[in-house]
Design a protein around this ligand. Structure first.
Ligand code: SAH
Ligand code: SF4
Length: 449
């Protein structure tokens, strides 16, 4: 979502004569768009600011200026701390107010004003004030459809930094999707902190669910692939499960964060589902779309997590068999209920648990990739590869695929959907040949993997 937001910020500044530059050293305005989700992410900000402060001093010594802006969730949560630690910061702007960046820069340009702050949640959503997107870069794009969160998992800062749940109206999203497709986009990933809690206004004052939005997007001519992330297990309603079986453009891969395999820890986290609920959901999705692949997020070392509870997480991972997963050590976030619990797990124990889980997840990912060998996958060509004649694209399961032309094949273009015979598999990618003869038996079938 920060990638999407950064693009929108850059679009806002383009009409004022700003353009993106490759390095911040001589920039007039630098925007650091920050993430507060774990401590490590937040701490990165201060090392970056230390570096920028030196560039700014050099610019000023040469008679120039540099406006340093801190945007995003760290700005929202810790704006005061940022300016007191690094007084060279000119602007602090939250994730729901960045549409006012042009005005904030104008204010910061006024001499001697001190830092300019804008972190209150606005009454009107920022989307009402943002220009329609023009940032088309590549064939795959993000589209923010939902923001904020009302779920208040006990470990998480999102409800405090991004604010309450908000869904954009369907009509506005269709316009933005069409603009993206006209610019060459073939694949859209719908974004939201809780994307499947989407409940946007439809065209006739009805409320549309995410499946309704997906069905409308599937009708946008030229849009070949739809994905969405991140979804919450509690919000996987029947219509969305069925959409996976009904809508060919909806890709057969789903990121469904589970966090833990222990019912007690899930309750302590306030996740609102049990291990059994999660496993049943996986089954139902597999019934709807038998070739669906799952990815997930885990947190290890949540306060009070015992060895047995961690073992339960390993057991859940072994049971589901994830195609890909992110796993993190629990990080205490200021102001969240879990942070004030007395039973924090020892750092060394967290590290050991994380390594054990990650080793299992890496095996699962490799096994999943290996299972692709010999299959014909539909690949969306994204860019040229490093080697002459090589292309890089994505499989329906989000795997990067390095493609070489096979015998007698025509050479594909960026943005083409091609059938690729997978001949090789690594930890994080696949290798394949594009050759119509190799994949001839599957060419007429849709989603025949
Ligand atoms: N809304 C999504 C997750 C968004 S945050 C959901 O509910 O599943 C992305 C991921 O960051 C989470 O899935 C979680 O695994 C991780 N995360 C969030 N807060 C964390 C914390 N305090 N410590 C460690 N990991 C955390
Ligand atoms: Fe955070 Fe996701 Fe829980 Fe919301 S549902 S509080 S974003 S982890």
């Amino acid at each position: 979502m920060n990638v999407y937001d950064s693009d929108r910020m850059s679009e806002l500044l383009t009409p004022l004569g700003y353009e993106r530059v490759a390095s911040p050293e001589k920039a007039d305005v630098v925007v650091l768009n920050t993430c507060h989700i774990r401590e490590k992410a937040s701490e990165k900000l201060f090392s970056e600011l230390g570096r920028l402060r030196e560039f700014k001093k050099r610019q000023e010594a040469a008679g120039g200026r540099m406006i340093i802006t801190v945007a995003g969730c760290v700005a929202q949560a810790a704006g005061e701390e940022i300016v007191s630690r690094i007084p060279q910061v000119d602007i602090v702007v939250g994730p729901q107010t960045y549409h006012r960046l042009p005005e904030l820069i104008a204010r910061a340009e006024g001499a001697g004003n001190g830092p300019v702050f804008l972190t209150e949640f606005p009454v009107e959503p920022k989307f009402d004030h943002l220009p329609t997107t023009r940032s088309v870069r590549g064939v795959s794009a993000f589209l923010s459809v939902q923001e904020g969160c009302d779920k208040f998992c006990t470990f998480c800062v999102v409800p405090y930094t991004r604010g309450a749940e908000y869904s954009r109206p369907v009509a506005e999203l269709i316009v933005e999707a069409k603009m993206l497709v006209e610019g060459g986009v073939r694949e859209i990933t719908l974004l939201g902190q809780n994307v499947n809690a989407y409940h946007g206004a439809g065209d006739h004052q009805e409320i549309s669910s995410l499946s309704g939005l997906i069905e409308r997007l599937a009708d946008v001519k030229g849009l070949a692939r739809i994905r969405y992330t991140t979804s919450h297990p509690r919000d996987m309603d029947l219509s969305l499960i069925e959409a996976h079986g009904k809508v060919p453009a909806l890709m057969p891969s789903l990121h469904l964060p589970v966090q833990s395999g222990s019912d007690r820890i899930l309750t302590e986290m306030n996740r609102g589902y049990s291990v059994d609920d999660y496993l049943r959901l996986v089954d139902r999705l597999q019934s709807s779309r038998p070739d669906i692949a799952f990815s997930t997020d885990f947190i290890v070392g949540f306060p009070g997590e015992t060895d047995a509870e961690f073992e339960a997480t390993l057991a859940l991972a072994a049971r589901v068999g994830f195609a890909q997963a992110y796993s993190f050590k629990y990080s205490a976030r200021p102001g969240t209920p879990a942070a004030s619990k007395g039973s924090h797990v020892d750092e060394a124990v967290k590290t050991k648990r994380l390594m054990e889980l990650q080793s299992l997840l890496a095996d699962q990912q490799k096994k999943f990739n290996d299972s692709m060998i010999g299959r014909c996958l539909e690949v969306l060509v994204e860019k040229p590869g490093r080697h002459p004649g090589q292309l890089v694209g994505r499989s329906p399961y989000l795997q990067a695929v390095h493609v070489k032309p096979g015998n007698g094949s025509v050479s594909p273009n960026i943005g083409d959907l091609i059938k690729v015979k997978v001949v090789d598999s690594c930890a994080n990618s696949l290798g394949g040949l594009v050759d119509s003869r190799l994949c001839a038996d599957t060419l007429t079938k849709e989603h025949a993997f």
